[in-house]
Design a protein around this ligand. Structure first.
Ligand SMILES: Cc1ncc(COP(=O)(O)O)c(C=O)c1O
Length: 268
């Protein structure tokens, strides 16, 4: 089926969409995005993604002239037009007099069930994104790193800054130290999935948002990543070292179950 997208107030086939070569998102990377997903034809955490999108535009000084209500209606119409049951939806705003606002239905990257059962391997890289609270269009660092052999097989690249652990290149990070669930607070993007997990986990575990130090990784019993595409993804290998016992832990399993139950409750 031909996909339909929304570009500057019009619904059109994605294959027929075009934008100006003078778009500043294209020429200067001056633009922002957010990415949500649909489960069973329902947009998930749409309100949170909209407020993150608006906050990103505010921080970099872009003017999002459309109301949340308007964007909500467009997202619902796009889901209908594309019969978009389980997929991704990308919101993009670019800068300049010839800037653009578009919303795209997008296929989701797939993680296998074995990744969720066995856990994944990650590697760190010393870097802090210049505007941590913004999902900017600039992701060329992880794209470049992924071409290097040492990062090729990694499920995620984790940014660290000196002695601190920050976030994944496209995800947030949580560690369990005994029954306390901890996630970095400063200089990270406060992802919608991260914020939901903090809420859900709060009924069962002590939670802390604070600085996380590299040395705490060796003390962590369990580690997992969160994002719209990864959901709750256990990490069992960190820089070639086992995390805890080297297998997915019971607490992470419980967090994943809580997340899945919440998705089902909200989308059926
Ligand atoms: C840098 C960064 N941090 C965190 C996230 C996770 O955000 P969310 O849970 O809203 O998908 C993403 C997702 O794109 C990201 O790019």
């Amino acid at each position: 089926m031909k996909k339909t997208c929304y570009l500057n107030q019009h619904f059109i086939p994605c294959s027929e969409a075009n934008i100006s070569l003078f778009d500043q998102g294209l020429l200067r990377g001056y633009g922002v995005f957010d990415f949500l997903r649909t489960y069973n034809g329902h947009p998930f955490l749409l309100g949170d993604h909209l407020s993150h999108f608006r906050e990103s535009t505010r921080i970099i000084g872009l003017d999002l002239t459309f109301s949340d209500d308007h964007i909500r209606r467009v997202v619902h119409q796009l889901i209908k037009k594309n019969d978009w049951r389980d997929g991704g939806i990308r919101l993009v705003l670019t800068g300049g007099p010839e800037g653009n606002f578009f919303i795209l239905p997008e296929e989701l990257p797939v993680f296998s069930e074995s990744d969720y059962q066995k856990g994944v391997t990650v590697k760190t890289y010393n870097y802090q994104r210049p505007f941590p609270k913004v999902k900017s269009l600039n992701y060329f660092l992880p794209w470049t790193l992924r071409q290097k052999d040492i990062f090729k097989e990694m499920a995620e690249i984790i940014y660290t800054n000196k002695d601190k652990v920050l976030e994944g290149a496209q995800s947030n990070l949580f560690i369990f130290k005994e029954d306390t669930l901890i996630t970095p607070k400063e200089n990270v993007f406060p992802g919608a999935t991260r914020n939901l997990i903090l809420k859900l986990a709060g009924d069962y575990f002590k939670t802390e948002e604070r600085k996380v130090f590299k040395k705490e990784i060796t003390e962590a019993a369990e580690i997992f990543l969160t994002s719209t595409t990864k959901e709750v993804l256990p990490v069992t290998n960190w820089n070639n070292e086992k995390v805890g016992l080297g297998k997915i832990g019971e607490r992470t399993r419980q967090i994943r179950t809580l997340f899945k139950e919440y998705v089902t409750k909200k989308t059926t």
